[in-house]
Design a binder for this molecule. Structure first.
Ligand SMILES: [Zn+2]
Length: 237
């Protein structure tokens, strides 16, 4: 029963994350203004039938009902990922505070990843959301002091890394800092390892080598690292 509740919640929040990813980086578009969804191509206002998470996308075969424009696959992916992580979180813990913080951490990581992939940048407000839920998690699971030390270590490492290799932005450094608050020393190692290996493999595949000055969207790899670290931390409780 709880899996269904959290799955539906995950799908609804996932749908909201799509709005966040689309609107936050754009000038002149606020999160709540206009208060309705619209097709980015024909600007037609969407009805509730077009707005049901996951189902509408599949039913409409990924196209706008009004102009037939293709809706990016990202919309479906974000909703499915958010639903899946909420169900996973519900499976992992029965502690309500831990559950809420997991929901927040996963959603922030998903929004950051997809925004970074599309716009090569991470919005501060998403890093702040990640930080708040990481603090909540740290407070309940280990301690805020451990979380702050983890954040200090990771920010230090990635700051040096970003100075050496210009491809990493300040948003990435802030993100690993915010996410590391939810990690202890063991899970921090795992998170950094996954992020580094992911980023390296990506660079090798896409650029056929490590080129200085090439910007890679590092957010998704950091997100995978942090998410894995948090999951291991909860399992080891
Ligand atoms: Zn349209």
């Amino acid at each position: 029963m709880w899996y269904i509740v959290s799955g539906v919640l995950g799908a609804v929040i996932g749908s909201f994350l799509n709005v966040v990813v689309y609107r936050l980086p754009k000038e002149g578009l606020k999160l709540w203004d206009p208060p309705y969804s619209f097709c980015p191509v024909c600007k037609h206002r969407l009805s509730w039938k077009d707005n049901i998470p996951i189902i509408s996308y599949i039913y409409l075969k990924g196209r706008c009902r009004y102009c037939g424009a293709k809706i990016p696959l990202r919309y479906l992916l974000v909703e499915i990922l958010n639903t899946a992580t909420y169900i996973l979180a519900t499976y992992l813990t029965s502690d309500l505070v831990v559950l809420v913080s997991l929901f927040g951490i996963f959603s922030a990581l998903i929004a950051i990843s997809f925004m970074d992939l599309e716009y090569m940048g991470i919005h501060d407000s998403l890093n702040i959301s990640l930080l708040i839920f990481s603090f909540l998690f740290a407070w309940r699971v280990h301690s805020i002091v451990i979380g702050l030390i983890s954040a200090g270590i990771s920010v230090g490492i990635f700051l040096i890394f970003s100075l050496l290799k210009k491809g990493m932005g300040m948003g990435d450094v802030l993100m690993i800092g915010a996410g590391s608050v939810s990690l202890d020393f063991f899970t921090l190692d795992i998170a950094i390892l996954i992020a580094a290996v992911g980023g390296l493999v990506y660079s090798l595949l896409v650029y056929k080598g490590l080129k200085l000055g090439k910007t890679i969207p590092f957010g998704p790899f950091l997100a995978m690292g942090i998410a894995t670290g948090v999951v291991i931390r909860v399992i080891s409780l």
